[in-house]
Write a protein that binds this ligand. Sequence first.
Ligand code: P6P
Length: 341
Amino acid sequence: MPTNQLPTDSIRLIGNENLTTIQSYLLAEDQRHASETETFTWVLSAISLAAKFIAAKVRRGALVDVLGSMETENVQGEIQQRLDVIANEALLRCLGRRSGVAIVASEENEKPLLVESNMNSERPYVVLFDPLDGSSNIDVCGGIGTIFSILRHDRRADSPEGSVLQQGIHQCAAGYVLYGPQTTLVLTTGHGVQMFVLDPEVGQFLLVNENIRIPEGTKSYSVNEAYTDSFPKPYQDYLKWAHGEGYSSRYAGAMVADVHRILLKGGVFLYPPTEKSPNGKLRLMYEANPMAMIIEQAGGVAYAGTKRILEIDPSAVHERCSVVLGSKEEVEKVTSRLQHG
Ligand code: P6P
């Protein structure tokens, strides 16, 4: 047998065991699309490393004294949970050590952080993230997650904010990690949506689902109905209609958990404007934009009111927006009422 051929018996022994990691998937994609350099793969690898670290802490919770609050507030004026701070530090450290990252922007930090000292950095990427979305679920063992968005660094900008504040259509990648019964990483680089599950015995995220398509025809919505009285009337009209049509309601109180269910099962996720959050509660740059890219790449749609989320011109890193996203037909049952008032 020629020496350069893999011995086939090894393949027979491990059968078709799943051995596609995030890194091998992206390197293979590089060859298919030549869309991103190996540097990009290294950036994703940093997020994957941080996610494994965070998952290990989340999994052990009270056993390693990482639950509870810090009695401090973040820049949003929200009480920080210990795991919020741990997750944020893990992502900042992992990303800060990768040569491809010029700027990081976190929900937990007031301003975007320059990894090198100057804006003229050759480093190609900006990474934005919500390090631990759904913090109120932490102490009750509910679904929580990390959401991330990757843009190309704009060296012409005169400030880190200038480079970060780009429309969502310019994202070169987006994804989330759901720390649920499985630690699941969902990723898009603009060529469909892929799902990886962390195999704790292998210590790698392994590919389990390629080119996910969001199902149509699912009569299910996800919204915090406690705020119904303060939603604009078209949203109230939609909910009244849905109740009459026998829709089911599922709401985890963590965007990652709710959107993951919508991605796999179909339906619509809504966070409308409320009296408390007249512009919506969710963050455009590191919650709505990455989720919108994923949902659109899976064949769904994502709006803030009647405007496509990915076309919103951002004016501030932590700006908020309303969200209606999911299966095209289900979202249209909401947006058609918004258009006609
Ligand atoms: P409410 C979590 O705090 C979060 O930012 C999202 O993950 C989630 O969708 C939303 O807020 C839940 O908000 O007002 O229903 O508790």
